[in-house]
Design a protein around this ligand. Sequence first.
Ligand code: PHE
Ligand code: NA
Length: 480
Amino acid sequence: MEERKGFGSNFGFLMAAVGSAVGLGNIWGFPNKMGANGGFTFLVIYLILAACCGIIVMVGELALGRKTGRGAVGAYRVLSKKFKWLGWLGILSAFLILFFYCALGGYCIKYVVLNVGDLFGAGFGSNGLNGAEVFGAFMGNQMEAVIYGLIFVLLTMIIVMGGIGGGIEKVCSVGMPALFVILLICIVRACTLPGAVDGLKYMFVPGWALENGVIKEAPDFLTVLSTAGGQMFFSLSLGMGAMITYGSYLHKKENIEKNALLIVIMDTLVALMAGLCVIPGRFALDPTGSLGGPSLLFVTMQNVFHKMPLGALFGILFYLLVVFAAISSSISLLEVIVAHFCDKARDAGKGDKRKTYSLIAAVFVGLGCILICLDSLGGAGISPFNILGIEKDVNGNLPMWCDCWLDFFDCISEGILMPLGALLMCLCIGWELGPKMVDDECCLEGQSFKMKGFFNICVKFITPLCMLLVLYGQIREFFF
Ligand code: PHE
Ligand code: NA
């Protein structure tokens, strides 16, 4: 039987896993949610949740994967009677997230090209136009959005075709350190702008956003808790099998506990650093601009670069950074799907057929990506609310799940499937298999599992309870 090839080094594994975690969620989700939900207080709650849910689920997923040496579907099928099917939930989430991730990754490539145009005055840039005009023109040209989206799908597919050691590990080992350096450059630039200090206050000072009219109402505690929990889940790539899949390629001699801790710490660090890069720029140069979501990236930030000396150059660096972040996440998403089918083919003695399965999966992802691009973030009259005939309320608002296809796929995956997946994983490990299975896997080849006692209590009681709260909070926010 053909050998199942894994990561060549622990560094390579770590960069790939951090690459999966670090993504659009860090850049447009975390800083804004932190500012709008109590600044430093939010950070403390986030860190507590990361410790008693994030690290727990991370260790659990890595252990499930490594113990079985199988992707998400195979891991649950081998180990569990009650949750045999749970891996399929992960494959579904992976497709839904990929649909919008690739569309947005494509937009980022377009913005790199635009800023290159500006730098060289080549005429295909955005000089003279404000961010809203640039983005409006791009959104009005759906074919262009489709092409960029498909370029992103193609890049993702090519890397995954290269395999774990040959594709994913190589790209992330170079891309992640590069991302870090670019991020540092952008932070220095943003924080030295006059007026940048308001951005820091927005992010860190509790209550500042409310006192200064950036938000209208103080969020209640449950909202803060579930916003922090939901953000943490998505941000750490948990609850959908990505870490099971990467864990399955990790060498038995490596320490699961240490790696899990490092992934969580680095993802949180990059989220904070991304905040130091985008939020001060917004407060300094585009004081009424959007603080989160796609319009932060594609309208506010473009305004910031327009107004900045040498803005095109920083624009190129910044959007390149976002492309790196997005692609290292999208390859982990595609790998969740591809790994399963490769495992199956290999077990049947047919070789792993990685290239074929990567291609087939990419075709389906491409179709979803095309839908998102044609929809133009809800501007083209083909969104779920158009199709279902759902009316706007008196303020012109819609429930988030139906306002555009991007939000529809996001609400189902991030809102329901991921917290549900994590909840069921805890039940599976805590109550069906028993936490000892994780302990055994963490203690191979002379390693130790120092937080064993903490892990056992969390995985049985605390983490599932938090997951229920997050699930409730997100359903309330996204669907009503
Ligand atoms: N963690 C990524 C982000 O923050 C998103 C992601 C989710 C990637 C699930 C892979 C799996 O953007
Ligand atoms: Na993240």
